[in-house]
Design a protein around this ligand. Structure first.
Ligand code: HEC
Ligand code: HEC
Ligand code: HEC
Length: 473
């Protein structure tokens, strides 16, 4: 049967003229490569595998700051130093299971934890794109050197055995095709879950709280479940689409930090139908309320002018001469966000009230926007808010000054129940509070040494007892 089919196929090929055949094959190849490029964009491979400012796409070298240390994304161009030698099966295994051809495990900084959902069809197209649509670049990889025990790659095998999942995407027939596409994108290709789902003490996603919001280094990836108070339940579908496409939804939020990168490298190029599918899926997720939140983050605040409070005081723009939140706000922020916090008329400088960055129970995104600024380039605009920490072209602010400004902003334009202390700012400046595993790392070597000594003592004790019992009998 199979032989007959092959024979028929060969006969058809012989019947068509060689030129026409080559033409159709080239067309099919080009279509597959184009399809693979779409998968690569939706999966945001570029954001991690191209170093910022690099002229060569996918040549690696970008240091992903994990709380365990820097993890370097590798060269995935089809060169000898890249993945030129990968077969399609080896490529599929790396993407979906996080295992290299030499058997070594990848760190989950490479989101195989979501990509396991990728269909065979998409992996096949992606492979064609990386082998034939990407320019080979000879660039050596920067080795990743994590401290013990995270340097033991086989430990990731055990982690996968406990927390991993290798199931491919299963269509839910009870839901629409659009919802299924949204689910496939959110939890698979676009791996929104890797940032927006909270993690347990072993750094694995908590599957009982999908998309319920999570700290992400210095930033906070908000709750994007359908909950009307803590999540995106109060966002219209077109606001979600606009946010994903441009990084802006007026009266809601502007994408900064790694969300800006997701918009810049991936989401802005996604077809509107995909962005709509994501919105439909998010609006249909199970709502999860963040404890302590009583009103949607985007409903807080109103215009309050800083100028009346400080009029008549000393000039407030002398370097570091400003000593309280109102004055610091006037000197550093009001020029763009306006003295009353309402932003510019066209909202290119956004309002600080009716903004989730200031209304959320987590002040991380407000503090991090001040520390690191906001940068985002899309097809229709360039966004820049300067960083108020080094390196920058504006004044650098101290932890206390940033806490003072944040509290002024929170009290007037945002959630007045939230306060920021200088110590909180110090953590965010350093990249965020350490999760349990990273905080425990310095104690692991002495801990293991102590453990070994305890085991030896126990064994000696056991032998002594045995031999005593022997003597008694
Ligand atoms: C969130 C960041 C991130 C994204 C997105 C990402 N990768 Fe990776 N990838 C990494 C990191 C980091 C490594 C190296 C991990 C390690 O050393 O354990 C890696 C490793 C790999 C490897 C193994 C290469 C080798 O031999 O060392 C392949 C293949 C790969 N990625 C392909 C892809 C493809 C294709 C995509 C898009 C579908 C993608 N990656 C998206 C971060 C990412
Ligand atoms: C690499 C991490 C990362 C990924 C991947 C990511 N996000 Fe985000 N997201 C964030 C961060 C951080 C913020 C906060 C941005 C800010 O306030 O400036 C955010 C903000 C948002 C917001 C605004 C929520 C609010 O209440 O203000 C929405 C909506 C959102 N993300 C949806 C998504 C969707 C949908 C995806 C997948 C297509 C996604 N995100 C992928 C990190 C990420
Ligand atoms: C040079 C103009 C400028 C100055 C000065 C400035 N900002 Fe901004 N700010 C912006 C722009 C531009 C954005 C992003 C707009 C966008 O993404 O569409 C922004 C965004 C923000 C956001 C939203 C961040 C998020 O993650 O959602 C906050 C909060 C904010 N600014 C607070 C401040 C504070 C506080 C100060 C003073 C310390 C300040 N800004 C100074 C231009 C400025």
């Amino acid at each position: 049967m199979r032989l007959n089919k092959t024979l028929a196929w060969v006969l058809t090929l012989m019947a068509t003229s060689p030129v026409a055949y080559a033409q159709t094959e080239a067309d099919a190849g080009a279509a597959l490569i184009a399809q693979g490029e779409k998968v690569a964009i939706a999966s945001d491979c570029q954001a991690c595998h191209t170093a910022p400012g690099s002229k060569t796409a996918f040549s690696g070298g970008y240091a992903i700051a994990s709380s365990m240390g820097a993890i370097y994304a590798t060269n995935i161009t089809p060169s000898a130093q890249g993945i030129g030698g990968y077969s399609e099966a080896q490529f599929a295994r790396a993407i979906r299971e996080g295992i290299r051809p030499d058997g070594a495990h990848l760190y989950p900084a490479m989101p195989y934890t979501s990509y396991h959902l990728m269909t065979d069809e998409d992996v096949h197209a992606l492979y064609a794109y990386f082998m034939h649509g990407v320019k080979p670049v000879d660039q050596a990889n920067t080795p990743t050197k994590l401290p013990f025990p995270f340097n033991l790659r086989f430990s990731m095998g055990m982690w996968n055995a406990i927390f991993g999942n290798t199931d491919s995407y299963k269509v839910d027939e009870s839901k629409s095709a659009e919802w299924n596409r949204g689910n496939y994108l959110v939890n698979g290709l676009a791996h929104c879950d890797t940032c927006h789902t909270p993690r347990n003490f072993m750094m694995a996603e908590k599957h009982d709280q999908p998309l319920a919001g999570a700290p992400l280094g210095s930033w906070y990836a908000p709750n994007i479940t359908s909950d009307p108070i803590s999540g995106i339940g109060g966002w219209r579908e077109d606001e979600l689409v606009s946010y994903l496409k441009t990084g802006r939804a007026e009266g809601k939020n502007q994408a900064a930090g790694s969300m800006a990168e997701a918009v810049e490298h991936s989401l802005q190029y996604s077809p509107d139908s995909d962005l709509k599918a994501i919105a439909v899926y998010l609006k249909g997720t199970a709502p999860i309320r963040t404890p302590g939140e009583t009103a949607p983050a985007f409903t807080y605040g109103k215009p309050v002018s800083v100028e009346t409070a400080i009029r008549g005081d000393a000039p407030n723009n002398a370097y570091n001469a400003l000593d309280n939140g109102a004055k610091l706000f006037s000197g550093n922020c009001a020029s763009c966000h306006q003295p009353d916090g309402a932003g510019s008329p066209n909202q290119a400088y956004p309002s600080l009230f009716h903004n989730t960055a200031t209304g959320m129970i987590h002040p991380d995104n407000l503090v991090s926007a001040i520390l690191f600024g906001v940068r985002r380039t899309t097809q229709d605009h360039d966004v820049l808010m300067p960083a108020f920490s080094s390196p920058t072209y504006v004044d650098q602010l101290t932890d206390q000054q940033i806490a003072d400004i944040s509290n002024y902003v929170l009290h007037n334009y945002g959630n007045p129940q939230v306060t920021v202390e200088a110590g909180d700012v110090a953590w965010m400046r350093k990249g965020g509070r350490l999760p349990f595993l990273a905080a425990a790392q310095p104690y692991m070597v002495p801990g293991i040494a102590v453990g070994i000594v305890v085991v030896i003592l126990l064994l000696i004790g056991l032998r002594l007892r045995r031999s005593r019992q022997k003597h008694k009998s």
